[in-house]
Design a protein around this ligand. Structure first.
Ligand code: AMP
Length: 270
């Protein structure tokens, strides 16, 4: 595996297919699964590692986001990554420049909780796509709204890159893997799997014909009682991420809740 810092040092193989995994590092099994998929489906697996400043709000964790290039390089290598693209901020953003705004799908949920977040995500992913020129890129359904944003951006802007969405990888107790789970103290770590338990239960109740609004408000109350500050726990239609009042096709239950200062997000497809 090669570690590359400069855009000009990236491979541009005309005849090889490129599987691409954009990341912010602090790798866990969720990232490694995406890399294995990218490698098995393509000639070359390129992974970007860039903690993107434009997607963090002023009071968010940009400065303390976990960073360990040596550890990440070893893990990426073990998962089949051929090129780890780890650029500096100056390489990606030589000046403050054009930004992409994806409408509608960003209006609520993470978009409302983190103003500007998806503009930063869309902009950096578009730049990375144009830098790496992947045949196919791989994203985790853990960040469902992000997946919908990327797909919508590719459609709206006619970007000629394939996008594949992969299932959420979980700890044995159901907690969705996340680089931010390291922030959880031991007490919060034992409570954290409750989100996925309630997603599973809510899905099965809705599928059994119970009224979604009642199911969802009961789940919100249980999360609050367990010590979460619930941001949202709602049923949405895909791909627009608009709220759904009744059960239908192509929907998901999405959740965001804080334990102490750590904000967890998760979702389940119906
Ligand atoms: P991040 O480094 O957090 O920006 O994530 C990089 C990619 O890994 C994104 O496509 C995420 O959706 C994906 N990802 C993060 N956590 C998981 C997980 N638990 N399961 C599957 N994919 C994940």
């Amino acid at each position: 595996m090669r570690i590359v810092e400069r855009i000009t040092d990236l491979p541009h193989p005309a005849k090889q297919t490129i599987g691409f995994v954009p990341t912010m590092g602090a790798f866990h099994e969720g990232h490694l699964q995406l890399m294995r998929k990218a490698k098995s489906g393509n000639d070359l697996c390129i992974v970007s590692l860039f903690v993107n400043p434009t997607q963090f709000g002023k009071n968010e964790d940009f400065d303390k986001y976990p960073r360990d290039l040596n550890r990440d390089a070893a893990l990426a290598d073990s998962a089949g990554c051929d090129v780890l693209f780890a650029p500096t901020k100056e390489e990606v953003y030589p000046r403050s420049g054009s930004m992409i705004h994806v409408p509608e799908v960003t209006a609520r949920w993470e978009g409302a909780a983190r103003p500007g977040h998806f503009d930063g995500v869309a902009t950096v992913v578009c730049k990375l796509f144009n830098i790496v020129r992947p045949t196919t890129s791989y994203f985790g359904l853990k960040d469902l709204q992000q997946c919908m944003v990327i797909q919508r951006m590719c459609e709206d802007l006619n970007l000629p890159y394939g996008v594949k969405l992969e299932p959420t990888v979980r700890e044995r107790d159901g907690l969705a893997m996340s680089s931010r789970n390291v922030y959880l103290n031991p007490t919060h770590r034992t409570i954290a799997p409750k989100i996925y338990q309630l997603l599973l239960r809510s899905r099965s109740e809705i599928q059994q014909g119970k009224t979604p609004s009642l199911v969802l408000s009961a789940a919100r109350s249980e999360l609050s009682e367990a010590g979460f500050q619930v941001d949202y726990f709602d049923l949405v239609n895909l791909p627009l991420m608009d709220p759904a009042n009744s059960a239908g096709v192509n929907q998901a239950i999405i959740a965001a809740a804080k334990l102490g200062t750590t904000r967890l997000i998760d979702n389940i497809l119906l």
